[in-house]
Design a protein around this ligand. Structure first.
Ligand code: ADP
Ligand code: ZN
Length: 607
């Protein structure tokens, strides 16, 4: 097959190969820079359209675009997706057999590849640089470039090898791409990859189609189930849990409820992990319950929700993980349940973590920002974007915008709680939140009476609030660093320096009102399903197209989105093209897919 982009301009390639009408954001500028031989650093959120920024230059420039990616397990899917577009692609990594590798190397040297995906460790072996020197390299794309950051959560030692690219191929443009937004990470990428001459492109990190919601934890599995049943029935999604055990238990719980859910964590054997990932990618409507080991580079476009059952360690990690929802631009949900025990657990993990004091301070700062996001009474999106250095207006599409929480003056409540901790401390005693709350509400449990705590002056002074509200007070004081919790196994409460100012009345405490337990959300969240705003008739056509797509995907052994994205099927259902010409005008229908599927799509549309 001839190079499908022979002597074509970037916008021609966009239209004929990818079937899209126009570039988004800074794609055009980035592509022009790389096509003309410049280096580029691209910071763009997940779903922003980074792939085209190297795929199109690879098609326009002579030679093969070499894409370095840490995601070996996904390379086959990426190659399949490109092949479906008529792009000639291959990969080299440790998972493939000798013959497949030989064939890929032959095609590369014969100039028959537009794109070559490469695992970074291959650059440490001699034969791969030798091979690349014998081939014509159009550009190097360094995907997931934040993996070079040693302080980041996805550090890959092999990424440190990548500085050789600039040294050994000084005339080949390099484009590094990441969805990690902080400036510190960007600076580290520039330095470690030697990209000092690169033009930097920073896109807005907003993901307007994602509704962000953070709920107080209160029987989290039941909360999760309610979310899945009422808003995401039959949708694909990811549920993140902190530990392997809770991944297993949560997945089993969902399966018992009749939901197609699979576990994923580093403790599963390689084959099970690969099989579960493959089912998640290939089948419609699978829920993946996973530790954060899962998800990087998963470019499944129709993940409709990302749920966190445990508190993430940082805003950066949280934004990356939730960003895996809604790459296709359709409405999606990011939902987090968070409670007192999360704060205690995370503080404890930091106190007992390895590394020096500076490292622990950094972890604490990350956690504090995450807690501030959880407890904010302002727009979640404004706060997250500000964390990444971007100013914005209240979004109207997060829980605090949709149902503004009340803030109340919690100074007196805080003083009562802190006084109880002081009274106990004066007796040389420290207790966990549960016992302190029992004392405050005046609950004469066996333990309380046995210890004589019903005779303390603070016994019952907090009867105006219920236990749930008190747990909210404790949680928020911990989150605001106005109360300390012991790192030992007992999780006992103690005063910290800042507590004094609260006790003396020099510092006011603002608290968020706990949402009532059973009441439905005050404002109805936007419906999240891909069909939500389609007419009944269009939705029927959409379902028919999906059924057709499922059959084709299964037959070819590729993920459904490799055939067509949901967004494209939606557009077809709405436009109802009656001829191949009209079908070619639908966004996401390029020349190769038109030729391959056009007749079948028209037949499915006709019913
Ligand atoms: P990223 O790698 O930044 O997460 P992708 O490259 O996977 O994002 O793109 C996200 C989605 O947007 C994909 O479904 C892609 O096909 C689509 N897309 C990218 N650029 C355009 C464009 N110019 N017009 C229409 N759709 C686009
Ligand atoms: Zn908002």
């Amino acid at each position: 097959m001839p190079n499908p982009a022979e002597r074509r301009t970037p916008v021609e390639v966009l239209r004929t190969v990818f079937g899209y009408e126009s570039f988004r954001g800074e794609q055009a500028e980035i592509i022009d820079a790389v096509v003309s031989g410049e280096d580029a650093l691209v910071l763009m959120p997940t779903g922003g359209g980074k792939s085209l920024c190297y795929q199109i230059p690879a098609l326009v420039r002579p030679g093969t675009g070499v894409v370095v990616s840490p995601l070996i397990a996904l390379m086959q899917d990426q190659v399949d997706a490109l092949s479906a577009l008529g792009v000639r692609a291959g990969f080299l990594n440790s998972s493939q057999g000798w013959e497949a590798r030989r064939e890929t190397e032959r095609a590369l040297l014969a100039g028959e590849l537009d794109l070559l995906y490469l695992a970074p460790e291959r650059l440490g072996l001699h034969d791969t640089p030798d091979l690349l020197h014998r081939a014509e390299v159009a550009l190097f794309a360094i995907d997931e470039a934040h993996c070079v950051s040693q302080w980041g959560h996805d550090f890959r030692p092999d990424y440190l090898l990548l500085h050789v690219l600039g040294e050994q191929w000084p005339d080949v443009p390099r484009v590094a791409l990441t969805a990690t937004a902080t400036r510190a990470t960007a600076a580290e990428i520039t330095e470690r990859l030697g990209l000092t001459e690169a033009r930097t492109f920073v896109a807005s990190f907003d993901r307007p189609n994602i509704t962000y919601r953070i709920a107080p934890k209160d029987n989290p599995r039941a909360q999760l189930l309610r979310l899945l049943r009422t808003e995401h029935d039959g949708d694909a999604g990811i549920v993140y849990c902190l530990s392997r055990a809770s991944v297993e238990q949560t997945a089993q719980f969902l399966v018992d409820q009749g939901i197609t859910a699979l576990p994923y964590h580093a403790g599963l054997d390689h084959r099970t992990r690969a099989a579960n990932q493959s089912r998640f990618l290939r089948e419609d409507g699978v829920v993946m319950v996973a530790t954060i080991a899962f998800g990087m580079g998963i470019d499944k476009p129709d993940v409709r929700f990302v749920a966190h059952l445990d508190l993430p360690k940082s805003v950066e990690g949280y934004y990356q993980e939730t960003g895996r929802a809604g790459r296709d631009g359709l409405p999606s949900t990011a939902w987090l349940a968070y409670g007192l025990a999360d704060v205690v657990q995370q503080r404890r993990m930091i106190d007992t973590s390895e590394g020096d004091a500076a490292h622990r301070r950094r972890l604490s700062a990350h956690l504090d920002a995450m807690l501030a996001l959880c407890e904010t009474v302002d727009c979640r999106r404004v706060q997250m974007l500000r964390y990444f250095g971007e100013e914005s207006e209240p979004c109207g599409n997060c829980d605090t915008c949709l149902a503004p929480p009340d803030a109340w003056d919690g100074t007196v409540a805080a003083q009562k709680l802190l006084s109880a901790v002081v009274r106990l401390d004066q007796r040389g005693q420290r207790y966990g939140a549960g016992h302190v709350i029992d004392i405050l509400v005046g609950k004469a449990t066996a333990r309380v009476t046995q210890l004589g705590h019903d005779e303390l002056s603070v016994f019952g002074v907090g009867a105006d609030l219920d236990e749930r509200a008190w747990r909210g007070v404790v949680r928020q004081l911990l989150a605001q660093d106005l109360l300390g919790v012991d790192a030992s196994g007992y999780q006992t409460l103690h005063l910290v320096e800042a507590s004094r100012a609260v006790l003396s009345g020099d510092r006011e405490v603002r608290l968020r009102t706990e949402a009532p337990r059973t009441k439905a959300p005050r404002a109805k969240p936007k419906a999240a399903a891909a069909v939500a705003d389609l007419s009944e008739q269009d939705a029927g056509v959409f379902d028919r197209l999906r059924a057709w797509r499922a059959g084709v995907a299964k037959e070819q052994g590729v993920p459904a989105y490799v055939v067509f994205h949901d967004a494209t099927l939606r557009a077809m259902a709405q436009a109802r093209p009656a001829s191949l010409d009209e079908l070619a005008g639908v966004s996401g229908v390029g020349a190769a897919k038109l030729e391959r599927y056009g007749a079948e799509v028209l037949a499915a549309l006709a019913g």
